[in-house]
Design a protein around this ligand. Sequence first.
Ligand code: 13P
Length: 249
Amino acid sequence: MSPSRKFFVGGNWKMNGDKKSLGELIDTMNSAKVHSDTDVVCAAPAIYLDFARQKLDAKFAVAAQNCYKVAKGAFTGEISPAMIKDCGVTWVVLGHSERRHVFGESDELTGQKVAHALSEGLGVIACIGEKLDQREAGITEKVVFEQTKAIADNVKDWSKVVLAYEPVWAIGTGKTATPLQAQEVHVKLRDWLKSHVSEEVAKSTRIIYGGSVTGGTCKELASQADIDGFLVGGASLKAEFIDIINAKH
Ligand code: 13P
């Protein structure tokens, strides 16, 4: 990665854990030696956002895993950026492949959520990624560019956005993209930002990789020029998350 982009590691806890196990994980994180040149963000289940924010050391940020596109109202089951902020939480993950493919969220809705979350001052980890059949059909670029456009059309301030490339076939499968496969897409995404947004945004925006990242695979992935960090699922619930945070060391 470029030294001008601060390394960024997100842990996406998804719908896992309880107060006991997450409390233990937080204790492990709080007492670990982590390098200060990395931004660390833990995405907690909505019901544990307050708990996570209260227990995690202040050097770790907290993210919601989703939010709705308006501030309040009759939207049973949803949470808003205003509520997220009210819990002292500063980030939100949007467009995760599980939101897209399990819950059927469209590019359009993802874009609307990005716009609203940013307007409320949250940082956004915006996720994109192709499915296996799309990769095999040779349309990876087309898919991720379309998803990125739906996000980019809703961004004014890129300093609050981290783009997470998560190939769906690598999520939760133990099948990590090779460093070259990941780098190849990251560099294309950076080129897309350069031609569709600006050279400055292309240079400064963190593009992170997600999909079965482990303590064992993180160092080689982190050595790629355009991989600026990770979004980690399963391994973020284990002590090896510390090794992933420290992947550049
Ligand atoms: P895994 O690391 O479990 O493959 O999950 C990746 C992911 O979806 C992070 O958002």
